[in-house]
Design a protein. Structure first.
Length: 439
């Protein structure tokens, strides 16, 4: 695991005199200024991932960032400045998007169980598109529109009949709370098309997540196009939008292979060459809405070794932060069996592993284990331990109030390396300030 962490440090960041460097700033300097624990994000990594994705997608595609992956306002502003739209899954995320400077018409709203209060607020603000997940939601949106005297752009999220094999979380081909089953799509279309207040714009396909196989993604897109063609034949006019969702994965564990964007580009080029001459997609706007793929690799969670102890032959490194900040790394967010995220002592990257240890947090629960039996250099109290692949589903996906420890800082290092943006993670008193370069 230490080998993978070192590989990621070299691939996405830099190492200077054995220490991790993010955006030109030494991790120890950032930690000294902002304290630990903290999440550190590098804008250059975000830009690199966004550009690579855009190069892999056909020209008619646009990218819509999925806010749930990392809702830090500075991150949202960064994507908006690079021409992305935003996808939200709650009215809280909608507010964050608007406050970050996103126009409501550039926001998509997906997710099961949207409440009447949430729908009323986004409809009143003329949100760009609501992705319907059931007949109930379709009738609910229509009723709110009638009450407000408005119309709403809607798409239907489809749970495809075919499963996207190869993803970590498969949502197609079996019962799911997400979307409308493909075989029930006609019934929902009947309801939507019968409501004058609903403007049907297209489909949203989501068959899985954390997919690392380009062939799986391409097959998923092909099936989505087949569904769209059936809808077009039924309606007699092309769709305005076709949303292929997210699903693009990143490498967390040594046995995994990075998603090959060159292979994805080759497969999509062939697939969408067929689309160009197809009247069913005349004027259709295609989009994807990744989150983890764009920000997961930009982030490192850094915590300080606060104590070292040996119990019955097992050595423990006790950090000043744990699962309350990074639930995913503890294995308590989606892992059936605990597997270690890539971890390293980030101020000793030039030292070879000498011992196997467990890395734990400060919480009074055995669940607060960030790495088990991991090989690391000999640690000292005060060393900084970094958990890589922490840019997505980190702080905001964790129980930060558990045991009332302080929330971690979040530091976004600007892409030009000349400044860092610090945002307090205290939702009650979120502040923003810029600081000089840290060296």
């Amino acid at each position: 695991m230490a080998d993978l962490a070192l590989e990621l440090a070299k691939q996405f960041f830099a190492i200077r005199e054995g220490e991790l460097v993010i955006g030109g700033a030494a991790v120890s300097a950032i930690a000294h200024r902002h304290g630990t624990p903290c999440f550190l994000y590098d804008c250059k990594v975000i830009d690199r991932k966004l550009e690579a994705l855009r190069q892999a997608l056909p020209s008619r595609f646009s990218v819509c960032y999925s806010v749930k992956a990392n809702p830090l306002p500075a991150v949202l502003r960064h994507f908006l400045a690079r021409g992305c739209r935003l996808e939200v899954a709650s009215v809280g995320e909608f507010r964050l998007a608007v406050e970050a400077g996103c126009k409501p018409e550039d926001i998509l709203f997906a997710g099961p169980g949207k409440t009447e209060v949430e729908l009323e607020q986004v409809i009143a603000c003329a949100i760009g598109e609501i992705h319907l997940e059931s007949i109930t939601e379709a009738t609910r949106v229509a009723a709110i529109c009638k009450r407000l005297g408005k119309r709403a752009n809607v798409a239907i999220r489809v749970n495809p009949a075919e499963q996207a094999e190869g993803g970590a979380m498969r949502m197609g081909g079996r019962p799911a709370v997400f979307g409308v089953d493909e075989e029930s799509l006609d019934a929902v279309l009947d309801v939507v098309c019968a409501e004058a207040t609903l403007v049907f714009r297209g489909l949203h396909l989501f068959a899985g997540t954390q997919i690392l196989d380009a062939a799986v993604l391409a097959n998923q897109y092909r099936h989505g196009l087949e569904i769209a063609r059936r809808v077009v034949r039924r309606l007699g006019s092309p769709l305005s939008t076709m949303d292929f969702g997210g699903g693009l994965g990143i490498r967390y564990f040594p046995h995994e292979t990075e998603l090959n964007l060159d292979h994805l580009k080759e497969r999509l080029s062939v697939l969408f060459a067929e689309v160009e001459g197809d009247p069913a997609f005349n004027g259709t706007h295609f989009l994807v809405e990744p989150g983890r793929f764009l920000v997961g690799e930009c982030g490192v969670y850094v915590a300080r070794v606060n104590d070292i102890k040996v119990s019955r032959g097992k050595k423990f490194l006790i950090l000043d932060g744990g699962m309350n900040h990074h639930l995913a790394a503890s294995g308590n967010l989606g892992q059936a069996i605990k597997r270690n995220f890539p971890v390293a002592i980030v101020n000793k990257l030039d030292e070879s592993p000498t011992e196997n240890v467990d890395v734990v947090g400060p919480l009074c629960t055995p669940l607060d284990t960030l790495a088990r039996n991991v090989s690391l250099p000999e640690a000292e109290i005060g060393d900084l331990l970094g958990i890589f692949q922490s840019g997505a589903y980190g702080r905001s996906a964790s129980p930060t109030s558990f045991l009332s420890h302080p929330a971690p800082a979040e530091v976004l290092v600007d892409s030009d390396g000349r400044m860092a943006t610090f945002e307090s993670s205290d939702e009650a008193s979120r502040v923003t300030c810029t600081v000089d370069p840290v060296t």
